[in-house]
Design a protein around this ligand. Structure first.
Ligand code: SF4
Ligand SMILES: [Zn+2]
Length: 274
């Protein structure tokens, strides 16, 4: 991490191009799609035992605000409220990370909402930590990122943890756009994952099984992942419909869809992590 990267990231606080929404100067007045402004808010932070084995206990840091608008979001209380929680400085967060490290954290997980709007804050925090940080920095994101965001993160992040949720279809009726509010979802997100994988970074992709989305989402995602050796895959089967979910997304995740996904993953010889 060098100070010029921190400065380059800070430019996005006034003219934001951290994700493909490219809100530009709307960021200055918190009028971009994510409505995150100049200040980052943290909804909560904790030592988290529910993450994958290689991460836990993780120091999970949940930022408020998100670049997506998933209709079944279970974190809507802070994902869609970018000033939810507490506003802290990078120095204060760095101090808390040092504390969590002393308490036994084995990774620092930057989560949201989505961490993308907070890249300037994250980089400044990592800069403050410097050599005091002894555990990997993990970027857990929907990965709906711009090339500028990927450039800023390179060299600062030790493990990328993209959530690859939606399938290949394009257009207003596609799952990525209709349910997630992310136009051109597949091309953008798989392009970003491909980029970090090609550059030799550590990548672990999470895929949340969603009821009724095996054919449109899970199947094409598992096939795509199978063609990229070395990407660890975490299948999340704990889908719980929030009260505002509609259609098939309001249902329980059928056991049959979990079974089908596990069979397909085994057939494709995916490297599943727990
Ligand atoms: S992070 Fe994305 S959605 Fe948020 S202001 Fe920047 S470009 Fe817009
Ligand atoms: Zn789908």
């Amino acid at each position: 991490m060098n100070s010029s990267t921190v400065q380059a990231a800070a430019l996005h606080l006034e003219d934001c191009h951290l994700c493909p929404h490219h809100c530009g100067p709307a960021r200055l007045s918190a009028q971009g799609v994510c409505r995150v402004g100049q200040q980052s808010y943290i909804a909560s932070e904790m030592l988290h035992l529910g993450e994958e084995t290689i991460l836990r206990p993780a120091h999970a840091i949940f930022f408020s605000g998100c670049t997506a608008t998933c209709s079944f979001c279970t974190a809507a209380n802070f994902a869609f409220r970018p000033i939810y929680g507490v506003a802290v400085t990078p120095q204060q967060l760095a101090e808390r990370i040092r504390q969590r490290q002393r308490e036994g954290a084995r990774s620092i997980c930057f989560i949201g909402g989505d961490p993308a709007p907070h890249i300037p804050f994250i980089l400044e925090t990592l800069d403050c930590l410097g050599a005091a940080r002894q555990i990997p920095a993990v970027f857990n994101s929907n990965f709906y990122l711009s090339a500028q965001a990927l450039d800023l993160l390179a060299g600062a992040i030790d493990l990328y943890l993209p959530d690859l949720k939606f399938g290949k279809a394009t257009g207003p009726q596609s799952c990525g756009e209709l349910l997630g509010g992310m136009p051109d979802y597949w091309a953008v997100v798989t392009g970003c994952i491909e980029h970090v994988w090609q550059t030799g970074e550590r990548v672990m992709v999470r895929h949340l099984l969603m009821p009724g989305h095996f054919d449109c989402c899970t199947r094409p995602i598992l096939h795509w992942l199978a063609q990229r050796q070395g990407i660890a895959v975490s299948l999340l089967t704990q889908y719980l419909a929030p009260v505002h979910a509609r259609g098939s997304l309001a249902a329980l995740l059928p056991a049959e869809e979990i079974r089908q996904a596990r069979i397909l993953a085994a057939q494709l010889k995916l490297e599943l992590v727990q």
